[in-house]
Design a protein around this ligand. Structure first.
Ligand code: MG
Length: 286
């Protein structure tokens, strides 16, 4: 789940509050717990990826996601978060983030972003992917691919002694090559015992600006890219964010830890960790 950016009036209070908060560096013991919850929610994500097809509803996916999280002994972090009613955010086509699950079946050619988080042993893992439903257009395939590439670049930029602005800068540079709208109203965030910790991690920015990155910092990096305008609006359910021009949007998110050996992706399945060692992409199905 994305954090409202400082620009969002809806969360002005929490932004001001979080803005003063220290970034919490995790101990080795904390990192082990972040790894455990990260792998747990990654397994849920990949199981849901396999379920996405025409005829399945986002409510089916939400029910399955909630069941898996609870059966793993974890808590679905989103339920009750500022009143959010579902275990996953399911955002279809022009829905950007925070979509409500519905009984309406997904159709061939749709894209659906599934965002989910779990709390386990006191720590949170947060991850999202955008899946094709059946056969999608080349335009949408590219949107999803570039969003995942932006995520990978943002993760690679998360290095000790770098700056938080470096993450946004590389994401922006890549997305702008394709003229995609970069969502500004919602951002990535620090993560740990709470889903949303400092710092705020925008998907645009300048190299060498913002907070210094230190060992033990954990981030949820989550580019949200639109085929058209970057502008969004929120529907009357007070949650679902859609693009202002009605064009499709894609979203990808990993929780990561900054370590002396470089960035470590926490939200990979056991199988994806093995594949990654062989150089496979970080978000595509293993
Ligand atoms: Mg998030």
């Amino acid at each position: 789940m994305g954090r409202f950016s400082a620009a969002s009036i809806a969360s002005l209070f929490s932004s001001v509050f979080l803005g003063k908060k220290m970034i919490i560096a995790k101990s080795q013991k904390d990192l082990d717990k972040m790894r455990a919850v990260g792998e747990l929610i990654a397994e849920v994500r990949e199981a849901l990826r396999l379920m996405v097809k025409p005829g399945v509803s986002t409510m089916d996916l939400n029910r399955a996601g909630e069941k898996m999280i609870r059966e793993a002994g974890a808590i679905p972090t989103f339920i009750g978060y500022h009143g959010f009613p579902f275990a996953i955010c399911a955002s279809v086509n022009d829905e950007v983030v925070h979509g409500f699950s519905k009984e309406t079946p997904l159709k061939d050619g749709d894209i659906v972003s599934l965002d989910m988080a779990a709390t386990f042993n006191g720590f949170v893992g947060d991850t999202a992917m955008t899946c094709p439903v059946g056969e999608i257009s080349d335009e949408l395939k590219q949107l999803i691919r570039v969003t995942e590439e932006c995520l990978e670049l943002g993760i690679e930029a998360s290095r000790i002694n770098g700056r938080v602005g470096d993450i946004g800068a590389v994401i922006q540079q890549h997305a702008e090559k394709y003229n995609y709208g970069i969502v500004r109203d919602y951002t990535g965030h620090g993560i740990g015992r709470s889903m949303h910790e400092a710092p705020q991690i925008a998907n645009y920015g300048r190299q060498g600006t913002k907070e210094k990155i230190r060992a033990g910092y954990c981030f949820a990096i989550e580019p949200m890219l639109n085929l058209g305008t970057h502008e969004t609006k929120t529907l009357s359910d007070k949650w679902t964010v859609v693009t202002l021009d009605g064009k499709p949007s894609a979203h990808a998110e990993h929780s990561i830890a900054v370590t002396a050996d470089g960035p470590e992706i926490l939200t990979l399945t056991k199988e994806q960790k093995k594949q990654r060692e062989k150089g496979k992409p970080i978000m595509a199905a293993a």
